[in-house]
Design a protein around this ligand. Structure first.
Ligand code: ADP
Ligand code: MG
Length: 582
């Protein structure tokens, strides 16, 4: 992305804060001007107030009063920039963070399949800190530095142009040094960011899998992995601090060199009667008003590079187009009958990988109960995940009630599809919050009806706190069957026309299986249902069974028909129910 584009995007974020920004720049300039005035006052006192005739009290009092007034102006201005300027930076950062999170939520399964959550977390959190610093200090420091450099340059030349020349002979060397080191600093800081992102991913991974870690008693292995990424972070910080120390002390060295050179040349000029001692003192005071903003500018280039690095990482994600989104003229589904049609559908997960299936043609009538059967990895889950457009078909199209799903508003499409899977994801929170997820804003009666339908009401009432019981992260405080029944209640509440049941009972023991099975049968009533089950007993009464093989649809029919033709299904069925005995 071009720098100009990045800059434009960046500037756009200032829009809501225009007033604060201008006030900030105004007060920053005001503070800079007051700083320029101080050495002038000192000069007045040393030159005119103190002389061989004594001290001119009146003048001293006047100067001190002006001094005091300027200080009040300076501190008040600095207060404004320090407080409101920083707050503006933080607000911009927070706006960017909201935009980023909103965007990441829209990115497709395909994107999330290939991205580590921890890396995204670090982009949403820490990377943007630097951007806020830049947002605040960027314009402010530029203005402060310009005012001060120009002002003090003008004053210095006025005092003595030869001494000014001395400074400007050394200054370019200092800037070359600063430039060289600021690049090194940028690289070091970028490395720090990558390392902290690694640590975040590692924490996310190890802690999400803490049960697996502990059950394999592999804490040491996880600790080793963590130790080594933590160590790499430490190393990169070390080299960062080394560059920083060299950089800042080098700068201080240059500044001392400038001061000493000015003193030497000044002494020579005094001895030739080209300069007054008081002028030399004032000059020395002004060197700092000149050097200070130069240091600030140098610092700012660091801020800039750091912030730009963060902003670039931010823009990188914003630039990822959600590959699944609403088309231009979308239709909103209303009164869905639930006819689902696959027309010549083919799918591959990426352009490099093989087709999972192709030329799939299926028409499912409203309210029909269809089972998908086939060996593991044949593509049953994948086929179903195309209906809510979790992934986009690579070939062909899918229609719901004769409308191509690509022309349906995504939210509307997904509102009409309910999914119950084998691995259930519940959010940390209460039972009620989790069921409500199916229809935010539902009444308590609706929630309880849904829970009853899902055979969940009884056990929920037995929990401490009932519907307000906290279920732990991902619902760890519940048994597998209980979690599944809550996830079914969630779908009951959603009340979709189309239902996908993907191995919903596979992970359960016999007792909870029959409870879950009962509620699933209730759920499927009057809805178009796709059921995937490896226990063929549960799908025997499906209206239609579709058998998938690597070649696509191998067979299709009722249980009785498929047994009669004695093909793939019959073989699978016999394997489960009449194991061959020797
Ligand atoms: P089934 O549900 O029939 O067991 P799946 O639909 O889960 O099979 O998987 C079909 C094929 O697609 C498998 O070969 C699997 O490795 C692959 N696959 C599944 N999910 C993904 C994914 N997110 N990215 C890439 N390949 C995948
Ligand atoms: Mg599957």
């Amino acid at each position: 992305m071009y720098f100009v584009d990045i800059l434009k995007k960046f500037i756009a974020y200032y829009k809501p804060y225009k007033k604060v920004l201008f006030a900030d720049l105004f007060f920053a300039s005001l503070a800079s001007v007051t700083v320029l005035a101080y050495p002038m006052l000192v000069n007045q006192i040393t030159n005119n107030a103190i002389s061989d005739e004594g001290i001119a009290i009146e003048l001293v009092v006047k100067m001190v009063l002006i001094f005091g007034l300027l200080m009040v102006v300076e501190y008040a201005s600095n207060f404004y920039t320090d407080y409101f300027g920083h707050v503006m930076g933080a607000k911009i950062e927070s706006d960017m963070r909201n935009d980023l999170f909103e965007h990441i939520q829209k990115l497709s399964f395909q994107y999330h399949d290939n991205t580590r959550t921890g890396q995204l977390m670090s982009r949403i959190t820490t990377d943007l800190f630097d951007v806020s610093e830049l947002a605040h200090h960027g314009p402010e420091d530029t203005v402060i530095s310009m005012v001060r450099i120009m002002g003090s340059f003008f004053i210095l030349v006025n005092i003595n142009w030869m001494l000014t020349l001395v400074i400007f002979l050394i200054l370019p060397l200092m800037l070359i040094f600063a430039y060289h080191y600021s690049i090194k600093m940028k690289n070091a800081l970028k490395k720090n960011k990558e390392r902290i992102a690694d640590i975040n991913s590692q924490i996310e991974d190890s802690l999400s899998g803490i049960r697996v870690v502990q059950s394999f008693a592999n804490e040491e292995i996880e600790m080793d992995k963590f130790r080594s990424s933590n160590h790499r972070f430490l190393e990169s910080r070390k080299s960062g601090y080394r560059v920083e120390a060299l950089f800042f002390n080098g700068l201080t060295g240059f500044i001392s060199f400038i001061n000493i050179s000015v003193v030497i040349v000044g002494a020579i000029l005094i001895s030739y009667n080209q300069l007054l001692l008081t002028e030399l003192i004032t000059f020395l005071l002004y060197i700092n008003t000149l050097i200070d903003p130069v240091k600030r500018l140098v610092n700012f280039t660091n801020n800039l590079q750091n912030g730009v690095a963060g902003f670039e990482r931010f823009m990188e994600i914003l630039a990822v187009k959600p590959d699944i989104m609403d088309a231009k003229n979308v239709t909103v589904l209303s009164d869905v009958k639930g006819k689902v049609e696959f027309v010549n559908v083919g799918f591959q997960y990426s352009s490099e990988s093989n087709y999972v299936f192709s030329h799939i043609n299926i028409t499912v009538n409203p309210g029909e109960y269809v089972a998908l059967v086939g060996s593991s990895g044949v593509g049953k889950t994948t086929l179903c995940s195309l209906i809510p457009r979790f992934y986009e078909t690579s070939e062909g199209l899918i229609k719901i009630d004769d409308t191509n799903i690509k022309t349906i508003k995504l939210k509307s499409l997904r509102d009409h599809i309910g999914i119950v899977q084998q691995d259930i994801y519940l959010f940390s929170g209460t039972v009620k919050e989790n069921i409500l997820y199916g229809k935010p804003g539902a009444t308590d009666e609706e929630i309880i009806t849904a829970a009853r339908n899902a055979n969940a009401h009884e056990f929920i009432m037995g929990l401490p706190g009932g519907y307000n019981a906290y279920i732990g992260q991902r619902g760890v405080k519940l048994s597998g069957g209980q979690k599944q029944r809550i996830s079914i209640a969630r779908v009951f509440l959603k009340n979709p026309a189309i239902l996908i049941l993907d191995e919903a009972t596979s992970a359960l023991d016999n007792e909870s299986e029959s409870l879950v099975q009962q509620s699933l049968e209730k759920l499927a009533k009057n809805r178009t249902t796709f059921v995937i089950a490896h226990r063929l007993s549960t799908i025997r009464n499906a209206q239609r069974i579709i058998v998938l093989s690597d070649q696509g649809i191998a067979e299709e029919g009722t249980h009785a028909n498929l047994i009669k033709i004695d093909g793939v299904y019959a073989k699978l069925y016999n394997m489960q129910f009449n194991p061959v005995t020797l």
